[in-house]
Design a protein around this ligand. Structure first.
Ligand code: ATP
Ligand code: MG
Length: 411
């Protein structure tokens, strides 16, 4: 299969599915999605790898499907990093601008990012990503891109993403074993927010809540930036298990029934007994209503929404922030979920993530698509910066260099 250099690949290894997505950057800075591969997986539980081989197979199979669609070989990809085992640490770095003419160059940026990386970490944790929040030049703050400005003292206010070494290395190992190099790791919360939230929402203050199969992540954005992140090991799989026990049926059947007929709000569901189910150990089939199904679902959904609320309170928001809460992940698709969340959070500022990429409107793809958009935006920014820089010839390209400083890549 042919190889291609100018594409971006994102891989989201979720508890229930692996998604590989391929994008082609356009000259105007946007990106088109040209390949998508999805593979169900049983190699993960609650966001952690429990079976290496099954995870490798699912990654390889999702990548192969995406390759067939886009027509070229995927040899490297950006990997989504989920929030469990992840910690955000704020840190600052400061350096003196080195050039005689006091123009800030890419080298100064490299040094200040390196300065921000200097933190004491326990042995079992490592830095995955450095996210600049703002730069400060001679005391003037709020600067997004200081390259080309004049100054003496360059400071950075950065967020350092750290993760557990073991879970990180095992994930990277699975991707490598599937024949793919890791170009960088990006917090899924940041990636998802890239496509699910508007700039205004991020500015005003908003919660981005991703309820997946095995994990739920709650991230708070304010003044345009990610401020806090919490992750809990509960999700749609728990809702399905409750239904399987309630109906005495298999997990597989309960999963299908939940998705097709379930509602998070039992009082909104139909009470017509027109759904046929079979119970484990019985050859008899019986008819039940969507309301009965939803009665098994609602308590767990309520519990998950309450746990989310507790996390929001811990982050300092007993009430929703001005732009409310945006839900994504598979569970956000559940009938009645938004209505139930509105009731529990006593707010109408609750909505489901929406995006309109061809063929992938479903919010289970929000994070994977977000990986492409996130990388593409950074890449475009640095390529513009490179064109602007006349005095400093960087080799390799600026984007490559920034990538190396910002993402710790473990092979
Ligand atoms: N229409 C739907 N109604 C109810 N639940 C749904 C629906 N669609 C998907 N789900 C549930 O969403 C969950 C999967 O969501 P998602 O694909 O976002 O998780 P994941 O990324 O694989 O896992 P995680 O993020 O926890 O690691 C499953 O529990 C699935 O049953
Ligand atoms: Mg997920």
């Amino acid at each position: 299969m042919a190889r291609k250099d100018n594409h971006v690949v994102g891989i989201d290894v979720g508890t229930t599915q692996v998604r590989a997505i391929v994008g082609e950057p356009r000259p105007d800075g946007t990106i088109s999605i040209i390949g998508l591969g999805v593979s169900p997986t049983e190699g993960m539980k609650k966001g952690a790898i429990i079976d290496l081989e099954l995870t490798v197979e699912a990654i390889a199979s999702a990548a192969a499907e995406a390759e067939r669609m886009c027509g070229f070989k995927i040899d490297s990809a950006y990997l989504g990093l989920q929030g469990l085992n992840t910690e955000l640490i704020n840190n600052r770095g400061v350096v003196a601008v080195q050039s005689d003419d006091r123009e800030i160059r890419a080298e100064d940026l490299e040094r200040v990012i390196q300065a921000a990386r200097v933190i004491a970490l326990p042995l079992e944790r490592e830095i995955v990503e450095v996210i600049p929040r703002e730069f400060i030049v001679d005391g003037y703050d709020g600067i997004r891109d200081p390259v080309g400005m004049l100054g003496v003292r360059l400071e950075i206010d950065a967020m350092i993403v750290t993760s557990s070494t073991t879970s990180l290395r095992n994930l990277v190992r699975c991707v490598n074993r599937a024949g793919i190099n890791v170009s960088g790791m990006i917090l899924l919360a940041l990636a998802g927010a890239e496509v699910a939230l508007s700039d205004d929402e991020k500015e005003l203050g908003v919660f981005f809540v991703d309820i997946g199969g095995g994990t739920t992540e709650i991230s708070l954005f304010q003044q345009g930036k990610l401020r806090q992140l919490a992750a809990i090991p509960v999700g749609g799989d728990h809702i399905t298990s409750d239904l399987a026990v309630g109906l005495r049926t298999s997990f597989y059947m309960a999963e299908n029934i939940k998705i097709e007929y379930g509602s998070a709000f039992a009082s909104l569901a139909s009470d017509e007994a027109d759904i046929e189910i079979s119970s484990v150990g019985s050859r008899e089939k019986r008819q039940i209503s969507a309301k009965e199904i939803s009665r098994y679902l609602e308590p767990r959904v309520r519990e998950i929404l309450q746990i989310i609320r507790e996390e929001m309170v811990k982050m300092g928001w007993p009430e929703l922030p001005p732009a409310g809460a945006v839900f994504s992940g598979g569970v956000s698709q559940m009938n009645g979920l938004i209505e139930l969340a509105s009731m529990i959070y006593e707010s109408d500022r609750v909505r489901c993530a929406e995006h309109d990429f061809v063929g992938i409107q479903n919010p289970i793809y929000t994070n994977a698509a977000g990986l492409l958009y996130f990388v593409n935006r950074q890449q475009y920014r640095y390529s513009r910066q490179e064109r602007r820089e006349t005095t400093y010839q960087s080799k390799p390209g600026l984007w490559q260099r920034f990538k190396d400083w910002m993402f710790e890549i473990i092979d």
